[in-house]
Design a protein around this ligand. Sequence first.
Ligand code: 26Y
Length: 819
Amino acid sequence: AAQAGTADSEITVEQFKQDYRNKVERMYGDGLERVSDLDKYNALVSLVRDYLAEPWLNTKEKYRRTGSKQVYYFSIEFLLGRLLGSNLYNLGLNEVCQQALGELGMDLRTLRQVEEDPGLGNGGLGRLAACYLDSMASLGLPGHGMGMRYRYGLFEQRIVDGYQREYADDWLMDGFYWDVRKPAEAVEVRFGGNVRIKSNGKTQYIHEGYETVLAVPYDVPVVGYRNGTINTLRLWSAEARLSEVVCAPQGGSDCQKAVEYSQTVEELSNILYPDDSTYEGKALRLKQQYFLVSAGLQSIIRNYRENNGHLREFPHKIAIHINDTHPVLCIPELLRILLDEEQLTWEEAWNITVQTMSYTNHTILPEALETWPEDLFRTVLPRIYLIVRDINEYYCRSLWETYPGDWDRISRMAIISYNRIHMAHLAIAGCHSVNGVAELHTDILKNKIMKEFCDFSPAKFNNKTNGVTQRRWVSLCNPALAQLITDTIGPRWVEHPQELAQLERHGADTAFQHHLLRVKLQNKVALAKYVKEKHGITLDVNSIFDSQIKRIHAYKRQTLNVLHIMALYNRLKENPLLDIEPHTFIFGGKAAVNYHIAKNTIKLINSLADLVNNDKSIRDKIKVVFLENYNVSLAELIIPATDVSEQIPTASYEASGTGNMKFMMNGAVTIGTLDGANIEIKQAVGEDNIIVFGLTAEEVLAYYRGGGYNPWEVYQGNERLKQVVDQLINGFFPGAGDLFRGHFDSLLYQGDHFFVLKDFASYEAAHRVLDERYKDRPTWLKMCSANIAHSGRFSSDRTFAEYATDIWHIRPDTLPFSA
Ligand code: 26Y
């Protein structure tokens, strides 16, 4: 039998060509010459799926046989990006496929671009989950994803007259050929109704009068890098079972009702909530969360029962990870199953649950912390509500034992207080591990946001600094750089990214530098081509490409970037002979649908772009572009072409950041604040290879304690700054009128909560340092190499080895890092 993972050595180009031709003919009843690109793409996916069927089956078989502990990563978002390229690459079929298609007169790159981006996530949190899937499989770790199969992904952004417009992301329109529908493994999820308590010796809870939603799983293969491991991402879809509804003859009113009913049921998995900032307590969102959790847990337990004995052993066989609080109902749902269905005692059920569950926090933004009104919760999930009440009581009792009489503290830490259910408190109480996503973030959790919880159970708290997969974020998106690295230090870095450190020795080497420069230029040409085709703007590929690509949010401070560009522009206008390096400022990102100031920031960037790009007098020294509909695929194009990575949040706000790591791996130099993982990037590369500026988290927090700072003083004390701030409202942007008054007011009249003005001078100075370094090209290239060389730490392989060892207590087949 074909050995899993060695597909590359087994399938020849000839074989591939033949298989592919056959596939096209069988799928479409037509010859390769006669079918569309979409058909060709679909046939290729179908063929790749055939190739991975056997190793997929073998992997499942192996896990059953060895009885190894399985990890389930529950996440309401998985931002996968396109899969054709990454699956071919991880299967080791990339070259064979490329050559085979070439010989058939086709181009793999074209077919890869036919694929819709499965955008089942908002940003960092969802993309992190996707990187982790890649690492789990590539480490040969039995780790699977549990997520939602949204009918529509994150909205598609179009820019109309400089403004963001949102369109439905109909990603399933042409079908999605990677997943396998498993109707036989569907489970039922119950909503509403009421709970009757029956007491005959033992109390029983009978849930009645509920509505049932059918949860149907779709399994997506997750391919490990050339190791034969194929794990599973299980995505759940809500369906109604209409066959149970009797229709009146000639389709009478019952049929009508049935169709309406099916629509309300299917609403559950229709949309991904397009918001990563402000929490909204919508009933549908609560239902979605419970739907994922209940369906996922039921299927895990069903599978467990087929292969194992008593549920007492559950924590030795299963680890469940909760990605932020969104899937935190895993805790009461597992308790429900253990109590109501398995008849375990509370103590037993609670201990099993806590030992099984672990939780990652991704944000300290108070407006993104989930709490649910008790009434709503009780109505939608009556049985789960009772269990959460019991958890609350049990937890508060244990708090009372440690802090007798300290009512204030206990009410601050309670899971239910003031008629709201606090999901983070539930997570901390019900998990054996709570982690932050970068050292600073974890410190802030431990010493501020969750201090009282940490005092109560310090052993739970730990840090796991985020990581990204070098396979998608270097090998696939930057093949030229990957080749250069492999030519220089050999191919092992793909599986052992810490070996990138060997590049350090080559950083000052002229030949290496020369190659690096060529690679970067080639990537800039590719991006410039895209920008020209899509936006009609000509970029100077010899300019510094400076990128800020991420969700648009006040704390991420796209505004600071804008003000600096305005100041640079003003300097050029005053002195057209000013000797500055030409710059291309690249922006990309979506703003939440109702986040008005963020949407206005997009308009601000576009207004600046219009002004600057059309001003002949500055002789193309600066260009500004806002790239429409930022998503994973666009990131794959922008990151390899970037020289300068903008990571400029107000310190303390960005839990970690992961874009910062992707840029670093691709040899961009960071200009950043001391926040999130930027701090650890600085430690890794050394202070000569990163440009930092601005207030530290401690300083920011100290200002807040003192009631903020006075932006007027800063504004009045800095001529350049005053000029650009005034330009927001003084007609500098033709036709803008009062459009940017909101930005102006927030900076001056609302206390500049995010310290934009406060950090401006230091940001400007940092940019000057950057330009100086860039002028001296050998120094610059050395900085770029140092960034690549020290990026191994930020591989999700490292992060995952840490989760596996410290939290889930499982051992991968091989550990790439001695964790
Ligand atoms: C509940 C709703 C309002 C909500 C929906 C999505 C709240 C938060 C989110 C997503 C948050 C998110 O993406 N956080 C980011 O997680 C990354 C991965 O850990 C971090 O790198 C990044 O700093 C953090 O902002």
